[in-house]
Design a protein around this ligand. Structure first.
Ligand SMILES: [Zn+2]
Length: 63
């Protein structure tokens, strides 16, 4: 069996990887993949008006 990251021989302590480093690399890829799940901010179908200009509320009592 070969390390899925670098193709080197698997080490029994780090199966299915060859080293701690490759295990970390794989974990990093997995986490990166999790973060790249499409979050489409401009594909908003909630009915919010897209040309809303964010302004601070002008309430004199809010001070
Ligand atoms: Zn490796």
């Amino acid at each position: 069996m070969a390390c899925p990251v670098c193709g080197d021989k698997t080490a029994k302590d780090f199966r299915p990887f060859c080293s701690r480093r490759c295990a970390d690399v794989d974990l990093g890829r997995w986490m990166t993949g999790a973060y790249t799940i499409p979050v489409r901010a401009d594909d908003d179908e909630d009915g919010e008006t897209p040309d809303f200009a964010p302004e601070p509320p002008k309430d004199p009592r809010a001070h």
